[in-house]
Design a protein around this ligand. Structure first.
Ligand SMILES: Nc1ccn([C@@H]2O[C@H](COP(=O)(O)O)[C@@H](O)[C@H]2O)c(=O)n1
Ligand SMILES: C[C@@]1(CO)OP(=O)(O)OP(=O)(O)OC[C@H]1O
Length: 130
């Protein structure tokens, strides 16, 4: 199964970028990675995370911590969580203990609970470095 999206549909990476952009009051995912940009088509969103963390640092911010959850009804994420955390921490170039990723099932309710959709939410705390 896969999701029909412009990039790779990596909702966790998208939520993290949205959260960082929001904490800087600097637009959102779509203003930085527009859907009409051919360069974003089928792109690996984790690469957007790396690129956007460089942009964030250039604006004078550093990540204190991130707490995120992915809602996906039918696939248990727990076996993959360590790998997901490590990939996100590496993409952002921050220590692993600053990154929390959690899973929830939505208990079979609605499309997301039945595994027909997937969503992610992230909260980020930034500190000013300059
Ligand atoms: N896709 C998921 C959903 C949940 N988990 C883990 O199971 C725990 C219970 O989740 P519920 O949403 O059913 O209450 C959750 O705390 C996660 O540890 C998961 O691994 N993958
Ligand atoms: C990431 C972008 C750009 O490739 O595309 P999608 O993968 O479709 O993601 P979405 O959250 O629907 O919109 C943001 C887009 O600009």
């Amino acid at each position: 199964m896969c999701f029909r999206t412009h990039s790779d549909g990596d909702v966790l990476s998208h939520a993290i970028i949205d959260a960082i952009a929001g904490a800087m009051a600097d637009g959102d995912l779509g203003t930085h990675y527009p859907e009409d940009d051919p360069a974003s088509e089928n792109a690996r969103s984790l690469n957007f995370v790396t690129e956007f963390s460089g942009y964030m640092r250039a604006q004078g911010y550093e990540i204190v911590n991130i707490d995120a959850f992915v809602t996906l009804g039918t696939t248990r994420l727990r076996p993959y969580m360590s790998a997901i955390r490590e990939a996100v921490a590496a993409a952002l170039d921050v220590p692993l203990d600053r990154i929390s990723i959690k899973g929830r099932s939505h208990d079979g309710i609605a499309e997301v609970g039945r595994g027909q959709a997937c969503s992610a939410t992230a909260t980020v705390l930034l500190m000013k470095t300059d």
